[in-house]
Design a protein around this ligand. Structure first.
Ligand code: ZN
Length: 168
């Protein structure tokens, strides 16, 4: 039972999230998949692993390299490495943490909630001010920005900063 990346004897089977594959990895290499890393001689194993004929090994090697991409050698290796398109897509298929929208009190907001404005908000381009205390019903969350929601005020759909609302 040797590690697919570094051949360390002490390894166990790991699920590669988002890649529908498993492989044997030692503790160090498993950690290498999780978060940005310090460069260390351990990672020289990736020079071989990135050329593996095993898909799961290549995917894992690519992900560890992504966590080392501050190191010039790792960036170079990612550039010259060839992964077939399916493997590359799997290697890059790492779940983004979902954005959580929170009101001014830190309460989580959901689509469909009603919120109340906690200050007067001039609405750019619409020529009115949404008054403090106005209830905005049936909000929607802006998918790529945790600081923005959308809702109707005076029959206009506007973007509102979550910092200026309170869930009611
Ligand atoms: Zn290892």
């Amino acid at each position: 039972m040797t590690c697919a990346l570094c051949s360390n004897e002490d390894s166990c089977e790991i699920d590669l999230e988002g890649a529908n594959a498993t492989l044997l990895l030692c503790e160090i290499c498993t950690e290498g998949l999780q978060a940005p890393l310090e460069d260390s001689p351990h990672w020289h194993c990736l020079h071989d692993a990135i050329w593996s004929t095993e898909g799961a090994t290549q995917i894992a090697a690519y992900r560890v390299l992504s966590n080392l991409d501050h190191a010039p050698w790792a960036r170079d290796l990612m550039e010259i490495a060839y992964l077939d398109p399916d493997r590359l897509a799997a290697a890059q298929n790492i779940a983004e943490p979902a954005l959580i929208h929170r009101d001014s009190n830190g309460v989580q907001l959901s689509s469909g909630d009603t919120v109340v404005l906690i200050k007067d908000l001039p609405v750019k381009g619409a020529g009115f001010t949404a008054k403090r205390g106005t209830a905005v019903r049936n909000i929607s969350l802006v998918a790529d920005n945790a600081g923005h929601i959308e809702g109707r005020v005076e029959n206009q759909r506007i973007v509102i900063l979550t910092a200026f609302v309170k869930k009611s």
